[in-house]
Design a protein around this ligand. Structure first.
Ligand code: UT7
Length: 349
């Protein structure tokens, strides 16, 4: 059975830099608070009208496709991970298919938030291993800036997130020392509501009974989005940050060790860990737990903030472009986020 290899990788971040000080115009926050709690110094925001999740994904994809030495017409499947799609439906995969004038190939959207890219990679990996597809485009992209609460009320969420996209092309390989060794996917829906965007959604009566979200007596017209929901800021993501943090620092190391153990390796064998860029403090905690030196963990949250599904492919692309990942290196990708879902992938570059 062939393995999957990353044959090409690309990234795109918007040119507009938004510093922590820029955010102080809109809310009570400070550069010091944001840096101390998250490590973030600045993030990129997409152009309000000219850039979408899909347009950024297309730019990253063009680079990945070119680096794989193929054309867009050679791609035979798309897996697109995002929580900020251009439309509620259809998904972004078909928009990439259209924009890049691809053949009438399958396009699948994955909704796993921060772990979305690793989940998407795992799905694509299975299709390559079975021999069904030969050139799969796997994308993680987000335009968070369109839908965050940029007031003091929403500051615990809005200062964290940024926009961007990353993409890889997966191809089969028979080489012994190359490719994805294994992927590991997990979920625990018990705390689904502590990091969530409730609306628009069909939860109305069901979740009202459970007291997870508050809204007025639901009329049919209120099920997706009402003026009340907007007035009460229920159209923005909600996050109980400290609870997410506590779970993340347990699940990140756990799923990394799971991947290492499955392949008879230990943390000492890792050449490069690419953690989802949720919070620099989380990455540092994971690094300490696994006793990894600074050169074995790549972080760029300082420049881009948390780009959710895009963070792993952007970090992987930057690390590779900087020459920090070389042929044969053991690379571990790991992510944790809303759901909760968490995942890892161990690969030889
Ligand atoms: O990628 C998706 C997964 N997400 C994560 O992994 C996020 C995990 N959680 C975190 O990264 C952290 O919990 C945060 C960075 C979100 C928050 O940091 P924290 O150290 O947990 O702060 P906190 O929420 O406990 O808030 C501490 C204080 C509060 O004020 P009081 O009640 O102590 O007076 C907040 O109101 O900081 C206040 N605060 C802010 N102050 C200035 C919250 N946000 C801000 C802000 N600027 N932006």
């Amino acid at each position: 059975m062939p393995k999957s290899k990353i044959a090409g990788i690309g990234m795109y971040v918007p040119s507009q830099v938004v510093t922590n000080n820029d955010l102080t115009q809109y809310m009570e926050t400070s550069d010091q608070w944001i840096q101390e709690r998250t490590g973030i110094q600045e993030r990129r925001f997409a152009h309000r009208t000219d850039e979408t999740t899909t347009t950024m994904a297309v730019e990253a994809s063009k680079i990945a496709i070119e680096r794989a030495g193929i054309t867009a017409q050679d791609i035979d499947f798309i897996v697109f991970a995002t929580l900020s799609p251009d439309y509620y439906f259809p998904g972004c995969g078909v928009l990439v298919q259209r924009a890049l004038k691809m053949k009438e190939i399958g396009a699948l959207d994955v909704r796993n938030q921060c772990s979305g890219f690793v989940y998407a990679l795992s799905v694509a990996d299975q299709f390559i291993k079975t021999g069904m597809y030969k050139n799969i485009l796997v994308i993680g992209a987000e335009k968070h800036s369109f839908g965050l609460d940029f007031t003091t009320r929403g500051r615990n969420v809005s200062v964290i997130f940024g926009d961007g996209a990353g993409a890889v092309v997966l191809q089969p390989t028979e080489a012994a020392n190359k490719g994805i060794l294994s992927t590991h996917l997990h979920s625990d829906g018990e705390a689904a509501e502590i990091l969530a965007m409730y609306n628009p959604g069909t939860h109305a009566n069901y979740w009202a009974d459970k007291n997870y979200a508050s809204f007025n007596d639901a009329l049919i017209g209120d099920m997706f989005m009402s003026h009340d929901m907007i007035d009460n800021a229920q159209n923005f993501p909600f996050m109980d940050g400290p609870s997410v943090f506590k779970k993340a620092v347990v699940k990140f190391p756990e799923v990394i060790v799971e991947a290492l153990t499955a392949n008879g390796k230990t943390a000492a064998d890792i050449d490069m860990l690419i953690p989802h860029q949720a919070n620099l403090r989380i990455s540092q905690f994971v690094q300490q737990t696994l006793k990894l030196s600074d050169d074995k963990v790549y972080n760029n949250i300082q420049k881009y903030g948390n780009t959710t599904a895009a963070s792993v492919p952007i970090a992987l692309c930057e690390a590779w472009e900087a020459g920090k990942i070389k042929e044969g290196d053991l690379v571990c990708l790991a992510a944790f986020g809303s759901g909760f879902t968490w995942a890892s992938a161990l690969l030889q570059w």
